[in-house]
Write a protein that binds this ligand. Sequence first.
Ligand code: FE2
Ligand code: FE2
Length: 137
Amino acid sequence: MGGLPDHLYTGNSELDSQHAGLFARIELFRDKTKTAGDPVEMKSFLDYLHDYTVMHFRFEENLMRELHYPATWEHEAEHQKFWREVLGLLDACAKMKYCEMCGQKVYNTVAKWLWSHIEKEDRALAEWIRLRSEWVD
Ligand SMILES: [Fe+2]
Ligand SMILES: [Fe+2]
C-alpha cells in the first residue's frame, strides 16, 4: 500500500494502514479529476469516502471509549464536523451532476482536513495509546 508522508505516521499500525488506504484513494481520485471530470469515478469515490468515514471514525471512537482516552470528546467533535462536511459534499456534488469542479472541491476539502486531523488529533491519540501500553504492562 502507498506510504504516508512521514509526519502523518502515527506509529499505530492499524491507524496508519487505514489512513494510508484513504490517502492512496484520494491521490488516485485527484489524478483522475485532473484529466477529466468523470461522474462515475466521482460517485464511486464519494461512496467510498462515505463508507470509509463511517468505518474509520467508528474504529477510532470505539478505541477511545474502550481505553477511556481523556480527549475523546474533542476528537469525536472533530469527526462530527468533518462528517457534516462530507454529507454536504455528497449532496452538493449530486446536485451539480458530479462536474469537474466538484472533483477539485472534494479533493481540497478532504485532503486538507485529513492532513491536519491526522497530524494533530490522530497522532496525539496514538501517542497516548503508546504511553499507556508502557505503563499498563
Ligand atoms: Fe480521528
Ligand atoms: Fe484517523
